[in-house]
Design a protein around this ligand. Sequence first.
Ligand SMILES: NC(=O)c1ccc[n+]([C@@H]2O[C@H](COP(=O)([O-])OP(=O)(O)OC[C@H]3O[C@@H](n4cnc5c(N)ncnc54)[C@H](OP(=O)(O)O)[C@@H]3O)[C@@H](O)[C@H]2O)c1
Length: 166
Amino acid sequence: MTIAFMWAEAQDHLIGDRGQLPWHLPADLQHFKKTTLNQIVVMGRKTYAGMGKPLPQRTNIVLSRQADYSVVPGVLLLHNIDDVLAYAAAHPEQETIIIGGAAIFALFKDHVDRLYVTEIDAHFTGDTVMPALDWSAFKQVAFQVGVVDANNHYPYSFATYQRLAK
Ligand SMILES: NC(=O)c1ccc[n+]([C@@H]2O[C@H](COP(=O)([O-])OP(=O)(O)OC[C@H]3O[C@@H](n4cnc5c(N)ncnc54)[C@H](OP(=O)(O)O)[C@@H]3O)[C@@H](O)[C@H]2O)c1
């Protein structure tokens, strides 16, 4: 099984503001869709609530400590990390992609094998930052500079990192 993280961060590791993304960058949403389609996406309850609906054509797992938290049919509500790891192990043909937010990235940081990160070289204000990762345990395996155009106003890049053999 592969556990991956996928996130976008701006300067100062900012990832969120009041339950939403601080920026509008459609090219990153397309990249996110392409990478996560048909895979398992795992998100915290706050990120799920911020999206308002599950991501289509993906297995959506929401983590919450609330036993009775209500999700729409088809979404899998789990309550602890071990249940997510067991689900991932039972579905090794799919990548299990942790899509945030900060609380959920922190929870899985010792389990993650692959990192898909979009770096946005711009400053935004917000309230949520990416937790620190042990970058010395990873090597970069892909890098692509993003195209700045009329719809995508900020310089950005897509990178992929793979965990080095332990
Ligand atoms: N830029 C990006 O790539 C990106 C990606 C994702 C999210 N975001 C942003 O990040 C922000 C949200 O992040 P966040 O850290 O505040 O919230 P979050 O990680 O989305 O959700 C936190 C919630 O997850 C549940 N949870 C946390 N640890 C748990 C555990 N050990 N077991 C079971 N459930 C657990 C709890 O839900 P309950 O309170 O229900 O128990 C907790 O309140 C938003 O602004 C969002 O837009 C950005």
